[in-house]
Write a protein that binds this ligand. Structure first.
Ligand code: GLN
Length: 456
């Protein structure tokens, strides 16, 4: 990562990043660009460097923040109308840790509202465009962050991954994206989507940058009781020998280019002396159905706090309390948010709880067990992230089921809490980027990142 020093100043790094951020405005990457705030912080960092201070491992490094991380700088909207006007009094732990090491946030990036989506088209601010083809989607929900890194505006950006929102846009834009082990990085100060699958992670251009960010951002946080001690409990880099491919994913629903990319990478590994083994994970075919029951159930609960009283937007038409709630939620949520609130309430309702939520919870246990079994047969898995490369804008946005199918290879990791690193894996003939994911057992994040270098 290019850090500031006495010759290359933080101001210079930030000015360059801001210039590019404005140059690429037509991609609709940012919901807010903090020109003044970022430059003021850069000047402060330069003064500390001039005074001989050790500013940190990210001294003066500009970065982009997904707009669902809370900081008092600018509004935190999660790209949703209902949060417009909301300026947070608190700072997310992840942001605190990055900034303590000298990183400088230059802006907040666009996402599907409340991170519900796989294309960034569900944003109140309109879609972000793909970095390789402006007629295609950026992927989602962290589309803005992925494109900010892919277009070299910043060297890293934050993301959240509840069911694929880091890995899929990373693949759609040809960069690295890590969904860490559940609990690696504190979720404190990040707008909650589904608390049992939400993970904080990053987009970078290199594995080493990813490792550095993980070292900085992970660790126990008393404000998030699900956090793990630290990512170094896996300090012994696991020397992988056997890499598994999931037999159940080798089917017609995966685009031929993606199957070829997987085969090419397997051949590369074989040529380096690794053994490729096929593993059967039959419960994975139920992962998507289980995910779209469990996640909306948690969303229903997490979104109930947005009522027009405490945060952001309030409907004009709010003569009595009932109306205030109903109209604010009606006007403030995007259709996809509402769909998930409805599904969530349905699957949790007393008449349907056993048939849906309880069954999905059982499937989740099967998936956890299947991953445990798979990692007895191999060290890591190599699988597609999504069934296809970036699709056209508008192609799936009006067909929720088609959009949900995008997530069929990514969501099982979140249900199991295991880490997944999306890696670049070539391009299609039309120049669209392809991605694959390396999946490891819980807490193997560091080993996965290290191992990914074998696939470059
Ligand atoms: N695409 C998935 C969904 O819409 C995942 C979203 C995410 O990871 N935030 O639920």
């Amino acid at each position: 990562m290019k850090t500031a020093n006495k010759t290359v100043t933080a101001v210079r790094l930030v000015e360059d990043a801001l210039k590019k951020a404005h140059e690429f405005e037509d991609y609709n990457i940012f919901t807010f660009i903090d020109d003044e705030g970022a430059l003021a912080r850069a000047r402060e960092i330069d003064a500390r460097i001039a005074a001989g201070e050790d500013v940190g491992r990210l001294a003066g490094v500009p970065y982009a923040l997904k707009d669902n991380f809370l900081t008092p700088r600018g509004e935190t909207t999660a790209s949703a109308h209902i949060l417009q006007g909301f300026s947070s009094p608190v700072t997310a732990t992840a942001v605190e840790k990055l900034e303590k090491e000298g990183a400088i946030m230059i802006g907040r990036t666009n996402l599907d509202a409340f991170a519900h989506g796989s294309s960034t088209e569900n944003s109140y601010f309109g879609p972000t465009l793909n970095s390789h083809d402006k007629e295609r989607v950026a992927g989602g929900s962290s589309g803005g962050s992925a494109v900010a890194v892919a277009l070299d505006i910043v060297e890293f950006a934050t993301g959240t991954d509840t069911g694929g929102s880091i890995r899929q846009p990373a693949s759609f834009n040809g960069i690295y994206g890590l969904k860490p082990t559940y609990g690696c990085i504190s979720r404190y100060g990040v707008v909650a989507m589904a608390s049992s699958t939400d993970c904080i992670g990053f987009f970078t251009k290199t594995p080493d940058d990813m490792n550095l960010l993980m070292e900085i951002a992970s660790g126990k946080d008393s404000k998030d009781l699900t956090t793990l001690d630290d990512y170094y409990n896996d300090s012994e880099i696991k020397k992988a020998k056997k890499i598994g491919v999931i037999k159940d994913f080798d089917n017609d629903s995966v685009a031929p280019e993606i199957r070829k990319a997987l085969k090419d990478k397997c051949d590369l590994l074989k040529s380096k002396g690794y053994e490729i083994v096929e593993v059967e994970m039959p419960a994975l075919k139920y992962a998507l159905a289980a995910y779209y029951i469990i996640v909306p159930a948690e969303i229903t609960s997490n979104l109930s706090r947005y009522d027009g009283v405490r945060y952001g937007f309030r409907s004009e038409d709010s003569k009595d309390l009932e109306k205030l709630y109903a109209n604010t939620r009606d006007e403030g949520f995007m259709p996809e948010n509402k769909r998930r609130i409805m599904i969530g309430n349905f699957v949790l309702s007393s008449g349907f709880y056993d048939a849906y939520f309880l069954k999905a919870a059982k499937v989740r246990t099967l998936i956890v067990q299947e991953y445990e079994k798979a990692f007895k047969a191999c060290d890591f898995l190599l699988t597609p992230v999504a069934p296809n490369p970036a699709f056209k804008l508008g192609e799936k946005v009006n067909d929720p089921v088609a959009m949900y199918l995008e997530d069929m290879m990514s969501v099982s990791l979140n249900l199991a809490g295991v880490p997944g690193l999306a890696i670049p894996a070539g391009e299609t003939a039309e120049g669209l980027t392809l991605g694959l994911q390396l999946v490891g057992p819980r807490r193997s994040d560091k080993s996965l990142i290290e191992f990914s270098k074998e696939l470059i």
